[in-house]
Design a protein around this ligand. Sequence first.
Ligand SMILES: Nc1ncnc2c1ncn2[C@@H]1O[C@H](COP(=O)(O)OP(=O)(O)OP(=O)(O)O)[C@@H](O)[C@H]1O
Length: 338
Amino acid sequence: MTESATKHETILTVKDLTTSFKINNKFYKAISDIDMKIKRDEILAIVGESGCGKSTLVNSIMGLQDPSETKITGEIDFEGQDLTKISEADYNKIRGAKIGMIFQDPLSALNPLKRIEDQIEEVLICHTDMSKQERRARVLELLDQVGIVDPKRTAHQFPHQLSGGMRQRIVIAIAIACKPDFIIADEPTTALDVTIQAQILDLLKDIQKENHSSIILITHDLGVVAETADYVHVMYAGKIVEKGNVDQVFNNPQHPYTRSLLKSIPQVDSESDELYVIEGSVPSLQNMPATGDAFAPRIPWILASDHEENPSMHKLGHGHEVRCTCYQDFYFKEESDT
Ligand SMILES: Nc1ncnc2c1ncn2[C@@H]1O[C@H](COP(=O)(O)OP(=O)(O)OP(=O)(O)O)[C@@H](O)[C@H]1O
């Protein structure tokens, strides 16, 4: 852990963040009103269905969007530095060194033409002053840390010679090579089969504990959240609609979207074979309502007057927050028939 991290209990603070994309010469908001904090030693999961803005949020934090096509307003304070104001050169010093990234598809994250050891060493060359010998030793240490059984052999191999699970372990080794305080994992297990998924999630949790780092974990899988995270932010149509710890969000969900998401998970002990389906879909950027609750069209049986015109976050105590007053009046449609 770096000295700056020990001084700042909070690693990252995002304030009133909005990211808009240029489509046909007009900017449309993909995410807005984003306020969040992540503290040292925490795993924060961001969850929501496809198109909710999860990747846009983390790509904005990492400065990965094309500035000519993207407009970002608000603050992203990382260890005392506002990332929305720094140059690309300064971002390059942070990415890989202080913030590690793990992407969904390990195959496209790795260079097919380079040996594993060279790919891991590259990040050490960029961000440390280690000697060649020290770097080679660190590569083997990292491969061992991420659970590669024969580090020496794997170090000399190319990505195509490895299984999907092993490739994701290599991507994780690259992300943690410089012991970053903060790791962003964007759907890290989506491309893997179920047993390997569990191993990779266990590995992430072990790394977080060992390195005392903070992790933002992006996923659409609530099972992954329950298994791995300490805190959860639920996103819908570019906004955080509910935040809290895992217990609050899973055992006392409030926002209609969170409740619908949880209801749509298959239950092993359920008597019914039918899965709950959230009718409708996330609005596209061009169809995002300027005011009102973006989830309202998907729960049309709830009165318009139960929604706020400009839905704001409501504090429910102990860090649990929910957007819009409609949570107070929400019920599932079939509950009205019983
Ligand atoms: N570069 C871009 N230009 C225009 N629209 C974009 C761009 N990137 C994302 N979007 C749009 O922004 C919205 C949010 O997309 P985003 O990829 O952040 O969602 P997501 O929740 O990460 O979805 P997924 O789980 O499918 O990755 C979507 O409507 C998407 O089409």
